[in-house]
Write a protein that binds this ligand. Sequence first.
Ligand SMILES: [Zn+2]
Length: 289
Amino acid sequence: MALVSAKEMLLKARDGGYGVAQININNLEWTKATLQVAQELQSPIILGVSEGAAKYMGGYRLVMAMVRELHDAMGMTVPVAVHLDHGTYEGAYKALEAGFTSIMFDGSHYSIEENVAKTKEIVEACHARGVSVEAEVGSIGGEEDGVIGAGELADPKECALIASLGVDLFAAGIGNIHGKYPANWKGLNFEVLAAVQEATNRVPLVLHGGTGIPSEMIQKAISLGVTKINVNTELQLVFAAAIRKYIEAGKDLEAKGFDPRKLLAPGVEAIKAIVREKLTMFGSVGKAN
Ligand SMILES: [Zn+2]
């Protein structure tokens, strides 16, 4: 199966009452590990790429070339989308040009008028190429690529306005936060989630900041219309912890333990374990067809 837009897989997930994971990738190891688990569990998957990660990997075109080649070499048969995460106006066009199959335009820092105008334009450009679009209203708490927002709850009226522009997926603050959750976190706000869902005519909802939200809360959010859950920080944490353990045990000093393919292997296994756990928790296992 070729790389696909996120639209069909998310409509199917919404109607089937399960969620699809967006796993943010940082390098070859991340990408390969995520694709392997998705294929093994016969689950649809969305590879998230932030602008910072794309820049790190050598640009949008390189990311697409890497994903396409891996996808073919691994004989992937499950639906895979490559999604720009928190794209700027310029970044959205560059990623579209490079062949991304799904684009998030994050205009949440513009005035609502400017967010509407730019989102509308990007929806037209993306839909002309069969690419899905995610929009965001209000900021989502925490920090992402240096952009900090306080914990916020979306305004359902603004959500209705942006959703009416034909976006395929929709991100709104419902008490979720990027990065680690503070000890005094109040949890997801299910009233706001329900209000947003109603105001947006059931456009598939996206939950950003999937790290550290208790599984019961995630599952309740899925039952109320959340269909895409973004996972990023947790993978970075387990990757680092597993490699730290390897080095602290002195394994890099034994035989050829310094070989990057050996050194990074525990991190890769740790990522795979979390991706398996998430796909199972979100209910997308076996939903590839
Ligand atoms: Zn996000």
